[in-house]
Design a protein around this ligand. Structure first.
Ligand code: FAD
Length: 448
């Protein structure tokens, strides 16, 4: 008999926790995972998956308009939000079931309760039960941050946005990150008037400036209202149920919904970590070393709660590396170089490697190659929306150190091209590759 109830106790059945639990169990550990909300975590339940399905739904707005130039006679289009919402929520429930099944197939015990740490090897469940584990993995993710302003209770976050009773006519979105920009595109395509409020004059920090500028230009041309250098003083609820945002830096804005997407905060409040002696960093993030170990040797953390790279594939890789290293006798670390990422805006952005600015700072000098073009489909549709692809090249070695794109299907194209950037291929290798014609992606090998 082991001295502990479990070899591994995972708190949080999200992207990182599910992978770590499943792999540790496959390596022979006795594993339990506690989940206070729904198995699958943010990505499956209220993040990437339902968001991407809304992005697909939103795209029909323009596709149906464009269809006429391709000979289709489409009767007047009408969007029914409850139909899409309910279909998306049903798909989320299906996936939740699959995640539960996968854990069950690997003999991982799922405990549908909140858990907290009570010591280096002790945990306490919300129902009052105390359990012990040889190792504890904190995979509790993050939650939307909210400002401390009057009337904030009238605002929603990405947690509530998938459940709206009706499609609002006017939406104010606070934030300049990828979630804010994605929902700006989604609501706009569904016919809402969108005002995006950004507290500084830059959006999508970390993405290439030229690409971000293109998104701003296209968004403004589509009719989105963007307020830079503006902040919220308070939100007032009016008698008719509508909201008034009293602003700092611009006039008041009237809305039917106000969505805050201003960042995500690690979920460490009330988790017992500080009491157990686990060091926390800025914003309550769990501090870990290269092997995901905290300063308490039996306690580890992966994913958003470490507040490093808040993306699902990263949380999954960290969970896998942790389980292989600690339970599979296969020491593994995640390589954080060249992580591709996307903004599923309208049109989408995708990026890997260094931006032009980062390359100049780090390498001293960098060469850039751009292709600024109108996708063939947009030309025939009469849609005046230009794509922009940009290669950033190390002048000394000819290595492609960054690739940045905005345009239809940019994330789909970039995932494949990211292999070349990660493999440190040279600009000459891109040039030597014959174009696949006619495609948008061929621009990648035609930039001179
Ligand atoms: P999570 O998936 O958040 O899982 C943590 C789990 O822990 C949750 O289920 C939570 O309920 C549970 N939990 C918390 N505290 C406790 C406790 N004390 N006891 C028990 N359970 C607890 N990433 C991408 O890569 N691509 C995207 O397109 C993308 N889109 C996104 C869109 C939105 C709107 C949001 C909000 C996020 C998006 N993300 C995207 C980010 C992605 O969802 C996260 O990076 C990922 O889910 C992190 O995984 P995790 O395992 O760290 O945490």
């Amino acid at each position: 008999m082991s001295e502990f109830d479990y070899g591994l106790f995972v708190i949080g059945a999200g992207s990182g926790g599910v992978r770590a639990a499943r792999i540790a169990a496959a390596h022979g550990a006795r594993v339990a995972v506690a989940e206070e909300h729904r198995v699958g975590g943010t990505c499956v339940i209220r993040g990437c998956v339902p968001k991407k399905l809304l992005v697909y739904g939103a795209h029909f707005a323009e596709d149906l308009d464009d269809a006429a130039m391709f000979g289709w006679d489409v009767p007047e289009k009408r969007f029914d939000w409850p139909v899409l919402r309910d279909n998306v929520l049903a798909e989320v429930s299906r996936l939740e079931g699959l995640y539960g099944q996968t854990l069950g197939n690997h003999h991982v015990e799922i405990i549908k309760e909140r858990a907290a740490v009570a010591g280096p090897n002790q945990l306490r469940l919300a129902g009052g039960r105390a359990v012990t584990a040889r190792k504890i993995l904190i995979a509790v993710g993050a939650r939307p941050a909210l400002p401390n302003i009057d009337g904030i209770e009238h605002a929603i976050t990405s947690n509530e946005v998938f459940h709206l009773d009706r499609m609002p006519k006017r939406v104010v979105i606070a934030g300049g990150g990828y979630i804010a920009n994605e929902f700006a595109g989604i609501f706009h395509q569904f016919g809402a008037h969108v005002t995006l409020v950004n507290r500084s004059d830059t959006m999508l920090r970390g993405y290439d400036e030229q690409i971000v500028d293109r998104l701003v230009k296209i968004s403004l041309a589509k009719g989105l209202d963007i307020r830079f250098n503006a902040g919220f003083d308070r939100i007032e609820k009016n008698e008719d149920g509508s909201l008034t945002c009293v602003m700092k830096g611009c006039d008041a804005i009237h809305a039917d919904e106000v969505l805050f997407a201003i960042g995500r905060q690690p979920n460490t409040e009330g988790l017992g970590l500080a009491e157990a002696g686990v060091a926390l960093g800025e914003n309550g993030a769990v501090i870990v070393d290269d092997d995901y170990r905290t300063n308490v040797p039996s306690i580890f953390a992966v994913g958003d709660v470490t507040n490093r790279v808040q993306l699902t594939p990263v949380a999954i890789r960290e969970g896998q590396a942790f389980a292989d290293s600690q339970f599979g006798n296969k020491p593994t670390r995640v390589d954080y170089r060249c992580i591709p990422s996307a903004v599923f805006s309208h049109p989408p952005i995708a990026s890997v490697g260094l931006t032009e600015g980062q390359a100049r700072n780090r390498l001293g000098s960098a060469k850039t190659f751009t292709s600024d073009f109108r996708a063939m489909k947009n030309v025939l549709a009469g849609r005046n929306e230009r794509s922009l692809y940009k290669l950033v090249v190390d002048e000394g070695t000819d290595e492609v150190v960054g690739l940045h794109m905005i345009g239809p299907d940019a994330p789909e194209i970039l995932q494949a091209a990211a292999v070349a950037v990660k493999a440190r291929l040279k600009k000459a290798d891109f040039d030597a590759t014959v174009a696949l014609h006619p495609s948008m992606a061929e621009e990648l090998v035609l930039m001179r």
